[in-house]
Design a protein around this ligand. Structure first.
Ligand code: GDP
Ligand code: MN
Length: 385
């Protein structure tokens, strides 16, 4: 789960990492009001989960509340790298004298957290890694004993940090590690970590929390993550894995590997999949209905190929669910269903009785949906990111 900048900054605040005062605005007049309240120059910042907002024009300095309004108006209409901007953070502008980079993430190969620090922040770390790798300092943290003062001192010494900054920077390393541990982070990043007016302050925040271990106090925060197409948002809410593609054949299967294979086989037959949708282990009538609704809400879908490999899942139940849903939703596009597993004969019989084409194999199903219903096309499909 990725946090928005303002959420990450809230967590920074909780562990004592200084951040500039600011508030979220959903409209330009709210932004103006916040700017007036804060007084003085403010920065209006698009709240999206993609990086490089500054370069994309999603971060603007405003000297007056009117200017903040104008910038918010503009930014709230932007889509940055495919993500619609819904909120802006209006925050007191910081007079940056110097920018550092500091992050903690998990080094999977070493099975330890790794601290990454650079006395040259602001720029993207990937860029710095290419141009001046020697300016990046890295060291591991032993998770059993935690971050040690000598490690921080060594890092700051190598980075040639002047003595007066040693103590405040060192304190910040410890607070960031506290946030990393306390909030079950996979990544915490401050870029830039600014030196301004004699103090250190986090000007940006990036937080990725382990989805399998989200702390109770962050329950509900993940709503913020619901980016993407309306179909993708609906799927996420229903607990289904859905990726929109640009073809015409809706695909539903159980198991990510099976669905990937189905996409390939359909593409091989000359069809173009409209989506990836994995209903997971249980293909109950309820789940199938939700899945069909999501797939069919895509206007490009001209046919459906459902590929269910039943193990414990009873095929007659899946078939009944499909028939029910077909009636209920008034599905008119052709449907080809491959069902194997427990009670498969019964399942196929139920489908046939209701005008749905049952097939015995994935290859046959792909050929059916492509040749019978869809005008053949030589184009393949590509997963969209
Ligand atoms: P990002 O582009 O998504 O990484 O967003 P950031 O919040 O890091 O902002 C991008 C850049 O804008 C920073 O590296 C700063 O150089 C600049 N910036 C952001 N906020 C302020 C601020 O309050 N004062 C100043 N002087 N610069 C800022
Ligand atoms: Mn940044």
């Amino acid at each position: 789960m990725r946090l928005q900048e303002y959420q990450g900054k809230e967590l920074f605040r909780r562990v004592g990492i200084p951040v500039a005062e600011g508030k979220i605005a959903l409209t330009s007049s709210e932004a103006e009001g916040i700017a007036r309240e804060l007084g003085g120059p403010v920065v209006v910042k698009a709240q999206v989960l993609v990086g490089g907002r500054g370069k994309a024009g999603g971060i603007k300095l405003a000297r007056t509340p009117e200017e903040a309004r104008a910038h918010a108006e503009n930014i709230l209409q932007m889509t940055i790298k495919g993500e619609r901007v819904r909120k802006v953070l209006v925050t007191r502008a910081v007079e940056i004298e110097r920018e550092f980079y500091l992050s903690i993430t998990i080094d999977r190969a070493a099975r330890k957290p790794i601290v990454i620090f650079s006395a040259e922040g602001g720029v993207e770390i990937e860029e710095l890694a290419k141009t001046s790798p020697h300016k990046i300092i890295k060291f591991h943290i032993d998770p059993l004993i935690g971050l040690q003062p000598y490690q921080v001192r060594t890092a700051l010494f190598h980075a040639e940090i002047a003595p007066p900054l040693m103590k405040p920077l060192s304190d910040l390393f410890f607070k960031l590690y506290q946030a990393f541990v306390q909030y079950r982070a996979q990544l915490v990043e401050i870029n830039p970590l600014a030196f301004a007016d004699g103090k250190l302050i986090a000007v940006d925040s990036k937080f990725i929390i382990d989805d399998d271990d989200v702390p109770a106090e962050l329950a509900g925060w993940e709503e913020e993550e619901l980016a993407g197409s309306p179909e993708e948002r609906a799927a996420k809410q229903a607990g289904l894995q859905y990726v929109k593609l640009d073809g015409t054949i809706g695909i539903i299967g159980n198991g990510a590997g099976l669905v990937m294979a189905t996409l390939d086989v359909v593409a091989l037959q000359g069809g173009r999949p409209a989506n990836f949708l994995d209903v997971g282990g249980g293909a109950s009538a309820e789940v199938m209905k939700k899945a069909l609704q999501i797939v069919l809400s895509d206007q490009n879908v001209r046919g459906l190929f459902i590929n269910i490999f039943g193990g414990i899942t009873r095929c007659d139940e899946v078939a009944r669910g499909l028939v029910e849903t077909q009636k209920e939703l008034g599905i008119r596009v052709p449907m080809v269903v491959r069902l194997t597993g427990t009670n498969e004969e019964l399942g196929r019989k139920i489908l046939e009785e209701h005008g749905i084409t049952p097939v015995a194999s994935m290859e046959e199903g792909a050929a059916q949906i492509v040749r019978q219903f869809i005008a053949p096309s030589s184009q393949g499909s590509e997963l969209r990111n």
